[in-house]
Design a protein around this ligand. Structure first.
Ligand SMILES: Nc1nc2c(ncn2[C@@H]2O[C@H](COP(=O)(O)OP(=O)(O)OP(=O)(O)O)[C@@H](O)[C@H]2O)c(=O)[nH]1
Ligand SMILES: [Mg+2]
Ligand SMILES: [Zn+2]
Length: 323
C-alpha cells in the first residue's frame, strides 16, 4: 500500500494574483482580488468593469457642502433615468451602481430623507452606468460618486486626507455644484466657502494635468450650478439665473470665471416638507415627493460632454488651436 499522494501546485493562480490592477480613480496599483482600493477606498469593481467593457468612463464631480442635497438629487436622478422618464435613460454597470438609488428611494418612500453621507469613503456610493439620450447617437459611459460634504470640506483644509476626492477633482470631465437655495435666500453664505475652496483646488489640480488636447478638453469642461430645495423659495424655478445673481453673487461669479461653459438650474425633490420628532430631535421630512428640475441639468451636461468628447474632429481642432 502506498502512502504517497500527489498535490497539484497550481502556481498559475499565484501568478494571476500577482498581476496588479490600477484603481480607476487614483491609479494606485492593487491586488486584482481587492474589493476596495488600498489608497482611496473606492470600489475596484470600477476598474474591473472598464477592463471587461474596454471603455473608459468620464467622471462627473458632484460637489457641495454637507446638507446641500447631493444624495437626494443624485438618488432621484438615477431613479428617473433607470425608469426611462424623459428622453434620457441609463443602464447601471454592476450592483453597486444601484445602491444610491435604492437608499434614496427607500427612505423617501417611507417618509424620510436619506441619512447624511458619512465621511468614511467605504460608505460612499459610486454610480457607474451607460447614459443614453435618444437624440444622440453615441451613449456616454459615466462614473458619478456621491461623496460626503463633510469629507469634501476636510479635503480642502487637509490635503490628501481623502485621496479619492483629489483624484476625482483632477480627472472629472464635468462638474455639478449643488447649493442650498433656502440658505442663500436667507443670506447665509457659510456653505459657499466649501464650494469656493473646492473650485479653487480644482483649478490648481487642472494645471498639473497632462498637456495637449487632453488639457484643452479639461479646460472646456462644463459646470452646472444647481440651486436645491426650490420648493422653499418662491419664483426660483421660473428664473434660477436671476436668483443666482441676486443671492449667490460670489459663488456664481466664481463658477462663471473658472468654467467658460456654465449654466444655472433649480431643482426640488419634494412638493412640501414637514417636521417630525425623531429621538427627541425635530427633523425635516418629505410630505409629497414631486421631483422638479432633476433631469434638466443632467440633460444639459450630457449635451456639453458629448460636444467635448464625442464630436469627431474636435480633438484635432483643439490641438490646432493650442499649438
Ligand atoms: N425642502 C427640501 N428639502 C430638501 C430637499 N432635498 C434635500 N433636502 C433637505 O436637505 C437635507 C440634506 O440632503 P442630503 O441630500 O442628505 O444632503 P447631502 O448634500 O448629501 O449632505 P451630506 O451627505 O452631509 O454631504 C435633507 O435631509 C432634507 O432635509 C428638497 O428638494 N426640498
Ligand atoms: Mg449625502
Ligand atoms: Zn484608488
Amino acid at each position: 500500500m502506498s502512502y504517497l499522494a500527489q498535490l497539484p501546485l497550481e502556481t498559475y493562480l499565484l501568478a494571476e494574483q500577482a498581476v496588479p490592477m490600477p484603481c480607476l480613480v487614483c491609479d494606485y496599483e492593487n491586488c486584482c482580488s481587492a474589493s476596495r482600493c488600498r489608497n482611496c477606498q473606492s470600489p475596484m469593481s470600477l476598474a474591473h468593469n472598464v477592463r471587461s467593457l474596454k471603455r473608459k468612463p468620464h467622471f462627473v464631480a458632484v460637489i457641495g457642502a454637507s446638507g446641500a442635497g447631493k444624495t437626494v438629487y443624485l438618488g432621484l436622478l438615477m431613479d428617473l433615468l433607470t425608469r426611462h422618464v424623459g428622453l434620457m435613460r441609463t443602464t447601471a454597470r454592476g450592483p453597486l451602481s444601484i445602491s444610491l438609488q435604492q437608499t434614496t428611494t427607500t427612505a423617501l418612500a417611507t417618509g424620510w430623507f436619506p441619512e447624511k453621507t458619512v465621511a468614511n469613503p467605504e460608505h460612499w456610493h459610486w454610480v457607474h452606468g451607460q447614459f443614453n439620450c435618444r437624440r444622440k447617437r453615441r451613449p456616454l459611459e459615466l462614473v458619478i460618486p456621491d461623496i460626503s460634504g463633510e469629507a469634501l470640506a476636510t479635503e480642502t483644509d487637509r490635503a490628501n486626507r481623502y485621496p479619492a476626492i483629489r483624484a476625482l477633482l483632477a480627472k472629472c470631465a464635468a462638474v455639478v455644484v449643488l447649493a442650498d437655495a433656502e440658505l442663500l435666500q436667507a443670506g447665509d453664505h457659510t456653505h459657499d466657502f466649501v464650494t469656493l475652496k473646492l473650485l479653487s483646488l480644482m483649478g490648481e489640480l487642472r494645471d498639473e494635468q497632462t498637456r495637449g488636447w487632453m488639457q484643452a478638453r479639461i479646460e472646456r469642461r462644463p459646470l452646472a450650478l444647481i440651486l436645491t430645495k426650490s420648493d422653499r423659495c418662491d419664483g426660483l424655478q421660473e428664473n434660477p439665473r436671476e436668483f443666482a445673481e441676486a443671492h449667490a453673487t460670489a459663488l456664481w461669479a466664481d463658477c462663471r470665471s473658472r468654467f467658460p461653459r456654465h449654466e444655472v438650474f433649480a431643482c426640488s425633490a419634494t412638493g412640501a416638507t414637514g417636521l417630525r420628532d425623531c429621538f427627541g430631535r425635530r427633523q425635516s421630512v418629505p410630505l409629497r415627493i414631486e421631483p422638479h428640475g432633476i433631469l434638466e441639468p443632467f440633460g444639459w451636461l450630457m449635451t456639453e460632454l458629448d460636444e467635448n468628447w464625442n464630436k469627431p474632429g474636435l480633438a484635432a481642432r483643439l490641438c490646432g488651436a493650442r499649438s
